[in-house]
Design a protein around this ligand. Structure first.
Ligand code: NAI
Ligand code: NA
Length: 396
């Protein structure tokens, strides 16, 4: 079939297998170009199919030569409908990993469930014995709690008062004012249940109880802080409460890993276009201005550049891992640079539908968005027939 983008708001319903493969190959080549990382050897990535999790898996495999197991929730093609991007990404990753002689297997299903945790534990036990790195990179709008059966839906809302600010529809370029009413207590609890640290701790407890963590094992989850501009809806909003909980959980997990000499970190990453971040109001406008400023300064990074730097210069640099006053790794350091933030804040004031194409990198935002689904990727022939049915070679 010939596959074209079918966009509905901040989601694209189709994905292109060859475009997704090319993205993965580009990431692999980037990691290889940066030389080897004296890093982990056996890695579990939870949320491995897109975004920061995929970049973590690629960096582990092609930077540190690690065996990887990826857990994710993706759809294969069905009845002439293409699969989801993470399906195609994983198929490509595993194909190239296997060609390079690397162990790579995956499990597709709900990582919040006991069933998928058990399946993963069994696979580690049989194939790897233990893991020395666990990356936790889930982004989900919903979690069925494995103990209570309650369905928690996360929301992106401010807390305490209505938030009004500019936002952009990145497809049309239309800049408008958005008002978001404050969250209820229940909204906050639900968001923390989905995006907080409880599930991360459950994974680490289960791995430890089954003796599947190697001595000195490390685990890393990803967080975001961002500027004052987005604070009310992000860091001081419902999702921020979840990130507070996630960050606090790192300390609990580190305590529980004491006898193994293990350690849990949260890495604060840069704002980037992913499926998760496209859904957050206000953030796309911020990202389009941020990209413009960071590209002009030559310090723009995508997910792979972020994670490669996280591994090579922070986690596995052969020295103590540098952290901020709250114990967090800051790989958002370039985003948060004073000069960058001052310029973004000034541009924010000027941003309108008319000025944005000039002062912001709306085109860069859109290209990144389409790239997530394997579209508009350089070197890919979109006019020709492709087989949408693709096997994931390491799928268990
Ligand atoms: P993403 O949407 O690209 O990736 C999410 C991953 O989770 C995918 O592999 C997906 O298959 C998997 N997943 C979702 N629900 C699942 C479930 N129930 N069971 C199994 N797998 C499931 O998201 P992204 O942006 O890479 O986010 C990862 C983490 O990074 C999140 O904690 C996010 O808050 C954080 N982060 C994101 C930033 C951004 O700007 N995108 C910035 C800083 C941190
Ligand atoms: Na991810």
């Amino acid at each position: 079939m010939i596959i074209t983008p079918r966009v509905r708001g901040f989601i694209c319903l189709t994905a292109h297998p060859q475009g997704c493969e090319q993205n993965v190959v580009n990431q692999i080549n980037y990691v290889k170009s940066k030389g080897s990382v004296e890093g982990p050897k056996k890695v579990l990535v939870i949320g491995a199919s897109t975004g920061f999790g995929l970049a973590s898996r690629i960096t582990s495999a092609f930077g540190a030569n690690a065996a990887t197991i990826g857990v994710y929730f993706e759809k294969p093609s069905a009845e002439g409908k293409p699969g989801s991007p993470g399906w195609y990404n994983t198929a490509a990753f595993e194909k190239h990993a296997h060609e390079a002689g690397l162990y790579a297997k995956s499990i597709n299903g709900d990582a919040f469930s006991d069933e998928i945790k058990q399946k993963t534990l069994d696979l580690i036990k049989t194939d790897l014995g233990q893991v020395d790195l666990v990356i936790y990179s889930l982004a989900s709008p919903r979690r069925v709690h494995p103990k209570t059966g309650v369905v928690h839906n996360s929301v992106l809302k401010p807390i305490g008062q209505t938030f009004s600010n500019k936002t952009v529809d990145f497809h049309t370029g239309n800049v408008s004012e958005v008002s978001i009413t404050p969250a209820s207590e229940e909204d906050i609890e639900n968001t923390v249940a989905v995006m907080g640290g409880e599930d991360w701790a459950m994974w680490m407890d289960a791995l430890k109880a089954a003796d599947l963590l190697a001595p000195g094992a490390t685990t890393v989850a990803y967080s975001y802080i961002g500027p004052g501009l987005t604070e009310a809806v992000y860091r001081k909003g419902t999702i921020g409460r979840a990130k507070d909980h996630l960050e606090a959980t790192a300390f609990t997990i580190t305590d529980s890993l004491k006898d193994l000499n293990g350690k849990a970190y949260v890495s604060v990453n840069k704002a980037l276009v992913t499926q998760a971040s496209s859904a957050i109001p206000v953030i796309p406008l911020y990202i389009s201005l941020l990209y413009k400023v960071m590209k002009a300064k030559g310090i723009h990074e995508g997910t792979i550049e972020q994670i490669q730097r996280l591994f090579q210069e922070r986690l596995f640099a052969g020295a103590d891992v540098p952290v901020d006053e709250k114990g967090r790794i800051r790989i958002d350091d370039w985003e948060m640079r004073e000069d960058v933030q001052a310029e973004v804040a000034a541009l924010w004031e000027q941003a309108t539908t008319e000025t944005l194409p000039e002062i912001g990198d709306l085109q860069g935002y859109r290209t990144d968005f389409f790239n997530l689904f394997g579209f508009e990727v350089e070197g890919v022939e979109y006019g020709t027939d492709v087989n949408e049915v693709v096997e994931v070679p390491g799928l268990v």
